[in-house]
Write a protein that binds this ligand. Structure first.
Ligand SMILES: Cc1cc2nc3c(=O)[nH]c(=O)nc-3n(C[C@H](O)[C@H](O)[C@H](O)COP(=O)(O)OP(=O)(O)OC[C@H]3O[C@@H](n4cnc5c(N)ncnc54)[C@H](O)[C@@H]3O)c2cc1C
Length: 386
């Protein structure tokens, strides 16, 4: 004999996944008066949304996402206004440097393309870049500079959304693992390890775990993931003034408000969907530090205090999925946005508008579009390439 499953309630809209995407969608829906339930198997914002580098950087986003990234930037910069709590955002100029002609040509193309899509970026000489960022190593041939950049304390994502969702009257089910979902002609049964909930609509926002979620509804989204690795140094007096990147994409670097230097890059650690991101790749740490020291030589004097990892979901076309699940009434998907923490608040509010039947101020990204399912290199494993 087994116990009957506990009934967790009947809701208008259920959101599965409590990262930035799920929370940013749930919040405006709850504020619009809907009975919203959000299910998160850990705590809010403990996966990618709380482990990322907190860079806002609209200039490095894909051209289709520049407008969304600028809106996301503005939302994080004014988080107290719409969340009721400040996430700890700081405006800082963004700088991307090139060290050779090939990188300079690529930077030139990037700036032309992003500016055509509304970004505010200028190309500056290596000399000017060094005036802006005095500790830069010599040899910068060209740089892209943008005033519209900054960073925020993304490790507080769960905390700030928990506050806002509770204020908005949303039902947050933390430590509640959704095992599967059954579509009963538009009344969804959400089977969790704590019982069953019912909902008229469902939003799947599972980050790297999104493909498994869409399969509950018979839809296949070809989600891939990267195991991004981060490094943080001990505190130091002001050393880096900008949100700094290298054109080849293998380095992002900035100084946090507490004086530590936060270093990320193109090298990967180890992880999988079953165990999460679990194993730092030492070779990747060394290579990432070597490049950081090459760009800002004084970093060689600093001790590393911590490294960590997280799973970043992407689709093979590097565009997000935000919209309706094809051929399934009342079901929606949001996720797989590269650099998606910065853009998340914008995408979540767009999906909420879409669900509410409101006009959309920016395009969303049809999950049912034809997506080339070619796997990219190094998904889910350590990348050895530089
Ligand atoms: C190390 C690292 C650095 C990054 N740096 C940046 C950066 O500087 N700037 C930037 O903009 N972006 C950055 N990103 C990307 C960004 O973090 C992600 O794009 C974004 O956080 C994705 O949000 P999400 O809500 O889709 O996913 P997640 O935050 O992963 O949320 C998905 C949630 O779903 C939950 N879940 C999964 N399965 C279930 C289930 N069965 N039942 C209930 N809940 C479930 C998970 O527990 C998780 O909390 C970085 C990512 C990483 C990993």
């Amino acid at each position: 004999m087994h116990d009957e499953a506990e009934i967790l309630g009947q809701f208008d809209i259920a959101v599965v996944g409590g990262g930035v995407m799920g929370c940013s969608t749930a919040l405006p829906l709850a504020r619009a008066g809907h009975k919203v339930a959000l299910f998160e198997r850990r705590g809010l914002g403990l996966e990618a949304s709380g482990r990322n580098a907190g860079s806002l950087s609209p200039m490095i986003k894909k051209s289709e996402l520049v407008a969304h990234a600028i809106e996301g930037y503005r939302m994080w910069m004014s988080s107290k206004d719409w969340l009721g709590v400040d996430i700890g955002s700081h405006t800082k100029p963004g700088l991307i440097v090139a060290y050779n002609q090939m990188e300079a040509d690529a930077l030139d193309r990037l700036v032309t393309d992003r500016c055509a899509n509304g970004a505010q970026i200028e190309l500056i000489s290596g000399k000017k870049a060094t005036e802006i960022e005095p500790q830069l190593s010599s040899g910068v041939t060209l740089a892209a500079y943008s005033e519209v950049d900054g960073q925020a304390e993304s490790n507080r994502t769960g905390q700030v959304f928990n506050f806002a969702l509770n204020q908005a009257g949303a039902n947050v089910f933390g430590h509640c693992d959704v095992k599967h979902v059954v579509n009963n002609n538009g009344n969804y049964e959400i089977h969790t390890d704590r019982g069953i909930a019912y909902s008229n609509k469902i939003v799947l926002a599972g980050g790297a775990w999104l493909e498994g979620m869409t399969s509950w509804l018979g839809f296949s989204l070809p989600v891939q993931y990267k195991v991004n690795q981060m490094i943080v140094t001990e505190r130091t007096p002001e050393l880096v003034r900008t949100v700094l990147g290298v054109q080849n994409g293998l380095l992002t670097l900035k100084q946090a408000a507490n004086g530590t230097i936060v270093i990320g890059g193109g090298w990967q650690g180890h992880g999988d969907l079953e165990n999460g991101a679990w194993h730092v790749e030492p070779e990747a740490v060394v290579r990432n530090l070597q490049l950081a020291r090459f760009v800002i030589p004084q970093i060689k004097d600093l001790r590393v205090v911590r490294t960590w990892l997280g799973l970043e979901a992407v689709l093979p076309d590097y565009l997000p999925a935000v919209g309706a699940v094809p051929d399934v009434d009342g079901a929606y998907v949001i996720g797989c946005c590269r650099g998606g923490w910065a853009i998340g608040p914008c995408l979540g509010s767009l999906l909420a508008d879409f669900i509410l039947g409101r006009n959309l101020r920016l395009p969303i990204f049809d999950p049912g579009r034809k997506i080339n399912a070619e796997p990219f290199a190094a998904a889910g494993s350590a990348s050895k390439g530089m």
